[in-house]
Design a binder for this molecule. Structure first.
Ligand code: SF4
Ligand code: SF4
Length: 698
C-alpha cells in the first residue's frame, strides 16, 4: 500500500505543508472542544456511585453492549445497519491513520505494523467500504422511507450519514485512482494480480478508469484524497456538537454504567446537604459527571420513548425528549457555566446565568418530573447505558426538600409514613391485625426472643400493603400458611415494623426515607436478623439494595423465591388443582430492578391445573402497572391511565386470570378491571399456591 517514489511527488512540499497545517488545526480545534466538554462534565456534584469497581466486569459490559451491540439487534433492521456502520468505523480507523500518515510522509507506510499485515487488512478494508456504504443507505431508508415513530426528522443524522457515505466513496475513488496509476507506472502483471487478489473491489474500479490519462488519474487521486481527509476533519470536529457525539462517548458511558442492582438508589449525606441548603438538582450543572456523560451520549434513537408507559398514555414525559432537553439546557449556557466556574470574566457569565431559562419549569415541566413511574423500561431499552430514574428523583428531591413544591396527594402519603409508618395513614397499632384470622400463631421477633428455644430462621417482612390493604392482607396470610406448612421458623416485626420508605425516596423525600431506613435497620439489627422474606418487590428492592448504605446487610428473598425453593425441596406439596389459564404480569421492581423472573413462574407451574400463557410484553419487556415511583399515591389526571393500558393488554391475552407478585400491581390491575368492567381477575401467585395446599389451615 506504500506509494511509489514517482507518486510521492504528487504531494510535493507545498501540499504536504498545507496538509500538516490543516491536520494540526483540526487536532487543535478538536482538543479545544473536547477540553470544553470535559470542563462542562466536571462542573457540579461528585458522583455517588463507585464507577471503577470490578474493572473486568465493566470491561465485559462495554464489550457486550458497545462492541457486540447486544441491545441494538432488538430491532433487527436498525441493528443491521448500525453494525455495518460501526464495523466500518472500527476497521477504517486504521485506514484513516494510514492516509493521514501518508499525507505527512509521502510514500511511507505506517511504521508500527508488520509488512504481511497489510494484504489481509486491504481485503477487509475493501469489503468494509462497501458494507459501510450499504449501512448508510439502509439507515437513510429507515429515516426517510420506512421511518419508525421513535425516529424524529434530524438534520444532524442526515448530515452525518451523508458524510460517512461521502467518506466511503472518496476512499474508494482515491484507492482506485492510485491503483491505476501504480499499474501504469509499474506495468508489472504480478503486482496487478496481487491487487486483484487483495483489493478486488478497488481493482475492479481501477480497471474502469484505467484508460484515463495519468494526469486525470493524478487529479482524481488528489481530489479524492483531499476531499476524504478534509471530510474526516470536518466529521471529527462536528461530532461533539451533534447527537453523534456518542461515537466518542458511548463506550466510556457503558464502562462507567451501573452494572449491578440497577434498582438501587444511592444515599447522600443529608446533614451536609442541609448545611449547604442544597438538595437534589435545580440547575443542569448540578448533575454529576456521569449524568452529564449520559446527556452527551444520547443518540436520539427513541428506543426509550417507544416503550415508556407515560409517553404511551399521553403524559408529558418522553424519556428521549427529557434527555435531549437536559442536553440542550447544558449546551445552551455551556460557555457561561465554564467561565463562571473558573471565576473568569467580568461578571458577564454570572449575569447570563442569572437570566437563563430555568431548568425546572423552563426546560423541563414539573408535570414531566412527576409523571415517571420509575419502571426502568427506558433504561432497559437504551442501547448506550443511559439512566433516567436517578435524574428524575434528583429533580424531585429539589422540589420536595428545597421548595416544598409537590403534588398535594403526596403530602398525605408523607404524613402517613411519618406519623403511622404507612402511606395510608392507618393506625400503627393495627399493623399486625392481619394475623388474627389465622389458625396458628404468628410470632413477633420480640415474642420469639422471649420464648425459650424459638429460634427464627427468617424474618417475614410484611410491608404496608401486606399489613393494611385488604387483598394484601390475604396474601400475607397465604405466605404465613405456606411457611407454616413447610415448617419454617419465622417471625414478623409486628408493630415494630414501619414503612421501608421506598415511595418517600422515589417521591424525592430523602429525609423521610433515611429516617425510616435508620429506624428499621436498627430494629432488625437489634434482633440479629440475617434473612428476610417479603412479598412486596418495593420492600424487597429497598431492603436488599438500599439498606446496606445504612448498615443493614441482609439476605433478602422474595416470597415466590422462598416458596418455589420449598416446593422444589419437597417441604411444601401443592395438590389441590385450580383449573385456569393465567397471564403473568412481571412487577417492575421484581423483574427489571432485580432480575427475578423465574421464581413466580416456577411456582405457578408447580400448582396443579394452572396453565401460564405469556403476555406479548413480558419479563424484561413487561409493562408497568403505573404504581411505581410513588405514583400509587398520586392522581393520574393527564392522558390515559397506565393501569388501564396494561389491563387492556392482559385482557387481549384471553386468559381466565392474571398472576401478580406485588401488592401494588394487585391494586392497580384490580382497579383497572373495575374501571373497564373487565373479566380478567388478578391473583397473587402466593394466594394460588396457598389454595393448593393439602390442608387449608384456615
Ligand atoms: S422509568 Fe418508566 S415511566 Fe419513567 S421515563 Fe423510564 S420508561 Fe418512562
Ligand atoms: S436515551 Fe438511550 S434509548 Fe433514549 S433516545 Fe437516547 S440513546 Fe436512545
Amino acid at each position: 500500500m506504500t506509494i511509489t517514489p514517482a507518486q510521492a511527488t504528487y504531494f510535493g512540499f507545498p501540499g504536504t505543508l498545507l496538509f500538516a497545517i490543516l491536520l494540526l488545526s483540526a487536532l487543535a480545534l478538536f482538543a479545544y472542544t473536547a477540553s470544553r466538554r470535559i470542563q462542562l462534565l466536571l462542573l457540579g456534584a461528585g458522583d455517588r456511585e463507585n464507577r471503577l469497581d470490578r474493572p473486568l466486569a465493566r470491561l465485559w459490559h462495554m464489550v457486550e453492549y458497545g462492541f457486540l451491540q447486544r441491545k441494538m439487534f432488538r430491532d433487527a433492521y436498525a441493528g443491521l445497519y448500525h453494525a455495518l456502520i460501526f464495523g466500518g468505523f472500527l476497521v477504517l480507523t486504521l485506514r484513516t491513520l494510514m492516509l493521514v500518515f501518508e499525507g505527512i510522509f509521502p510514500g511511507a507506510g505506517l511504521p508500527f505494523l508488520p509488512a504481511g499485515f497489510w494484504e489481509g487488512y486491504l481485503l477487509v478494508k475493501d469489503v468494509v467500504l462497501v458494507t459501510t456504504f450499504a449501512g448508510v443507505v439502509l439507515a437513510l431508508l429507515r429515516r426517510h422511507v420506512a421511518r419508525k415513530e421513535r425516529l424524529d426528522p434530524s438534520f444532524d443524522a442526515d448530515l452525518i450519514l451523508l458524510l460517512i457515505g461521502f467518506l466511503m466513496v472518496t476512499d474508494m475513488a482515491a484507492g482506485a485512482a492510485k491503483m491505476a496509476l501504480d499499474a501504469k507506472a509499474v506495468t508489472a502483471s504480478a503486482a496487478l494480480a496481487r491487487s486483484a487478489l487483495w483489493e478486488p473491489l478497488t481493482y475492479s474500479l481501477s480497471k474502469q478508469i484505467f484508460s484515463l490519462s495519468p494526469s486525470s488519474l493524478r487529479a482524481t487521486y488528489f481530489a479524492s484524497w483531499w476531499a476524504h481527509l478534509v471530510a474526516i476533519f470536518v466529521f471529527a470536529n462536528y461530532l461533539p456538537f451533534a447527537k453523534h457525539f456518542h461515537v466518542i462517548t458511548a463506550l466510556p458511558n457503558l464502562f462507567f454504567a451501573k452494572i449491578d442492582s440497577p434498582g438501587r438508589m444511592k444515599s447522600f449525606d443529608i446533614e451536609k446537604a442541609a448545611e449547604k441548603e442544597k438538595f437534589g438538582v435545580s440547575s443542569v450543572e448540578d448533575f454529576t459527571w456521569k449524568q452529564k456523560l449520559d446527556m452527551f451520549t444520547c443518540t436520539e434513537c427513541g428506543r426509550c420513548r417507544e416503550v415508556c408507559p407515560t409517553h404511551l398514555t399521553g403524559k408529558p414525559l418522553s424519556p428521549k425528549g427529557f434527555m435531549v432537553d437536559l442536553r440542550n439546557a447544558l449546551y445552551a449556557d455551556a460557555d457561561a457555566l465554564i467561565d463562571a466556574d473558573a471565576g473568569r470574566g467580568d461578571g458577564s457569565a454570572a449575569k447570563k446565568l442569572a437570566a437563563r431559562t430555568p431548568l425546572i419549569g423552563g426546560w423541563i415541566d414539573e408535570e414531566t418530573i412527576w409523571a415517571c413511574t420509575t419502571c426502568r423500561y427506558c433504561e432497559h431499552a437504551c442501547p448506550v447505558g443511559i439512566t433516567y430514574v436517578d435524574k428524575i428523583t434528583d429533580l424531585r428531591r429539589h422540589l420536595v426538600l428545597e421548595k416544598s413544591d409537590f403534588p398535594k396527594e403526596a403530602q398525605t402519603a408523607f404524613n402517613g409514613m411519618e406519623r403511622q409508618g404507612n402511606p395510608w395513614n392507618l393506625a400503627a397499632s393495627d399493623r399486625d391485625a392481619w394475623t388474627k384470622d389465622l389458625p396458628f400463631p404468628v410470632l413477633t421477633m420480640a415474642e420469639a426472643a422471649e420464648a425459650k428455644g424459638a429460634g427464627v430462621e427468617v424474618l417475614f417482612w410484611v410491608g404496608c400493603a401486606g399489613s393494611y390493604e385488604e387483598r394484601g392482607k390475604r396474601v400475607s396470610r397465604s405466605l404465613a400458611k405456606l411457611l407454616h406448612e413447610a415448617g419454617v421458623t419465622y417471625a414478623i416485626l409486628g408493630k415494630e415494623e414501619t414503612c421501608t420508605g421506598d415511595a418517600a425516596r422515589r417521591l424525592g423525600n430523602e429525609y423521610l426515607f433515611q429516617t425510616l431506613a435508620q429506624q428499621n435497620v436498627e430494629t432488625m439489627k437489634g434482633y440479629g436478623v440475617t434473612k428476610i422474606v417479603t412479598n412486596c418487590p418495593h420492600c424487597f428492592n429497598t431492603l436488599a439494595n438500599e439498606y446496606p448504605d445504612f448498615g443493614g446487610k441482609f439476605e433478602v428473598m422474595h416470597g415466590t423465591e422462598l416458596v418455589a425453593r420449598l416446593v422444589a425441596e419437597g417441604r411444601i406439596r401443592l395438590v389441590h388443582a385450580t383449573p385456569m389459564s393465567l397471564s403473568f404480569h412481571d412487577p417492575c421492581y421484581l423483574g427489571r430492578h432485580n432480575g427475578v423472573y423465574e421464581a413466580p413462574r416456577e411456582l405457578l407451574n408447580a400448582i396443579p391445573g394452572i396453565t401460564v400463557k405469556e403476555l406479548p410484553r413480558t419479563r424484561e419487556n413487561g409493562m408497568c402497572c403505573g404504581a411505581g415511583g410513588g405514583r400509587m399515591w398520586l392522581d393520574e389526571t393527564i392522558g390515559a391511565r397506565v393501569n388501564q393500558a396494561r389491563f387492556a393488554e392482559i385482557e387481549a391475552n384471553g386468559t381466565d386470570a392474571v398472576g401478580v407478585s406485588c401488592p401494588f400491581c394487585m391494586v392497580m390491575l384490580g382497579n383497572a378491571k373495575t374501571e373497564l368492567a373487565g373479566k380478567t381477575e388478578a391473583f397473587d401467585v402466593l394466594e394460588l399456591a396457598a389454595q393448593a395446599l393439602p390442608v387449608h389451615p384456615g
